[in-house]
Design a protein around this ligand. Structure first.
Ligand code: FE
Ligand code: FE
Length: 195
């Protein structure tokens, strides 16, 4: 029998008790999609599994708890973050995965932390979770189906399409754009162009 580094069943149990049922199902779906992509692209499957499962581990059903925990970990909520407060759970997820789930792998922790805004020069694992979060099969908005068509087009392309989709959505809806989203998009663009 194969031994896994992580007790995934235990993680599932804890996660299930802390997030909404729909969020839990989304997490399983991101996990499965991340593993599928990791297999295809030769990325560590175990890391993809745990990062996919735990990417929303700090998106508590009790939203006050997100702010309260962020305070505990001294996360600074600046103007940009204050206007895009929905992404705070990603930054907090780094600490929750580390301290409450015992994840020590920095690559996994960064994939959790950067799943919402991305960052410049993302690793393959970060691109996988970033893209899977937008494109996993339970996502039903019409663009999700379109995004899934890029799954074999390379991780940079897939993540690039995901961030573009996100930016278009924010602009169309008249919502605040965190400058990091734009930096992420430009970084992926330059990577695609080989610059
Ligand atoms: Fe999230
Ligand atoms: Fe998510």
């Amino acid at each position: 029998m194969r031994t896994y580094m992580y007790d995934i069943e235990k993680f599932k149990e804890k996660l299930k008790s802390e997030v909404k049922q729909s969020r839990y199902e989304h997490s399983l779906s991101v996990m499965n999609f991340s593993v599928e992509l990791a297999k295809y692209y030769g990325v560590d499957e175990e890391k993809a599994r745990v990062a996919g499962l735990l990417h929303d581990c700090a998106k508590y059903k009790d939203t006050d708890k997100i702010l309260q925990k962020a305070k505990e970990f001294d996360i600074i909520i600046d103007g940009d973050l204050n206007h895009t407060i929905k992404v705070l759970h990603a930054l907090l997820g780094y600490y929750i995965a580390r301290d409450e789930y015992g994840i020590e792998d920095e690559e996994v922790l960064l994939a959790i932390k950067n799943h919402a805004l991305g960052r410049e020069n993302m690793s393959d694992l970060e691109k996988i979770v970033f893209y899977a979060d937008f494109a996993e099969p339970l996502r039903t908005y019409s663009m999700a189906e379109k995004l899934r068509e890029f799954k074999y087009e390379g991780l940079t392309k897939a993540a690039y399409e995901a961030v573009n989709y996100n930016l278009c959505y924010l602009l169309e809806e008249g919502l605040y754009v965190h400058p990091q989203s734009l930096k992420t998009r430009n970084s992926l663009l330059l990577e695609l162009k080989g610059e």
